[in-house]
Design a protein around this ligand. Structure first.
Ligand SMILES: [Zn+2]
Length: 288
């Protein structure tokens, strides 16, 4: 079986060195094994997605010397997300929820990988599904039906799936502009695109527990995973678009326009020669 990896950026801000590292990992693992890297634009994040940024992303990746095949963007796949959500609803595995972030934070008794774990407020309650409503996965019931699940990370070995640690995750968002949550969209996309090796940062390690469960529920093929270390800035925080990492000296487009040699930068990242102020972290508890 040919190795197929993917790099899947969201056009909600410029790419930064962390994206470069992630794209290089996906690219090199595929190439070393005679496979290929796909690029998928994750553009269902409503108003924040911008077409001009997608053109910049392609220029950034070419500048780094990477080769890829582009597959359809998420915005062209929403009917498939809706169909999968309906299937899970008909299986009795989703429930409607109108809780706000503040309500969840106030009622939560556990912290999960993405913050306060949803305390199950609306599970078993008769919430009217008319109007804006999120649909959450009843993880306990889903796990009961799927049975024990394992998944394999190339760097961390065999994992017992623990989707319960994240609680009843949202699969369909309240916000009509963002029809599917990251968990549902990415799991369906990777299956549809024939991805055999999911590469991404360790900040998404816990998400793989949830994705493994969704694969079982939706009869999808099960890939392997490769969660790579994360680039941290001088504060020990993950480089992140929302923290301005795309435009504060770590941004790829800025460096490209300033005349930096992108292939040399890619070689340096491969060899672990990191720009000043940047370190690599193997920690599992860095927030996504
Ligand atoms: Zn709720």
């Amino acid at each position: 079986m040919q190795t197929v990896t993917r790099f899947a950026p969201s056009p909600n801000g410029p790419l930064h060195l962390g994206h470069a590292f992630s794209a290089i990992v996906a690219h090199d693992l595929a190439k070393e094994r005679g496979g290929r890297m796909l690029v998928r634009i994750e553009d269902i994040d409503g108003a924040r997605s911008r077409a001009a940024l997608v053109r910049e992303f392609r220029a950034d990746l070419a500048w780094l010397g990477l080769e890829w095949n582009e597959v359809p963007a998420q915005s062209s796949r929403v009917a498939g997300y809706a169909a999968a959500a309906l299937r899970l609803r008909e299986m009795g595995l989703l429930f409607p929820c109108r809780c706000t972030r503040a309500e969840i934070a106030a009622a939560a008794t556990a912290q999960g990988p993405d913050g306060p774990v949803y305390p199950g407020t609306c599970r078993g309650a008769s919430v009217d599904p008319a109007g804006p409503v999120a649909w959450r996965l009843d993880v306990a019931e889903a796990l009961r039906r799927a049975g024990p699940l394992t998944w394999h990370d190339e760097r961390r070995g065999e994992q017992q799936a623990r989707p319960d640690l994240a609680g009843d995750v949202v699969l369909v968002r309240k916000d009509a502009d963002t029809p599917a949550s990251y968990h549902l969209a990415v799991t369906l996309d990777d299956a549809a695109d024939g991805v055999t090796l999911v590469t991404r940062g360790l900040d998404l390690f816990a998400a793989s527990h949830v994705h493994r469960l969704l694969q079982a529920l939706l009869d999808l093929p099960v890939p392997s995973w490769h969660h790579h270390p994360l680039l941290l800035d001088a504060d020990g925080s993950k480089l992140a678009k929302r923290r301005g990492s795309g435009a504060n000296g770590f941004g790829l487009a800025d460096r490209r326009r300033a005349g930096e040699d992108g292939r040399a930068l890619a070689e340096a990242l491969r060899e672990g020669r990191l720009p000043a102020g940047i370190t690599l972290s193997e920690a599992l508890d860095i927030a996504p």
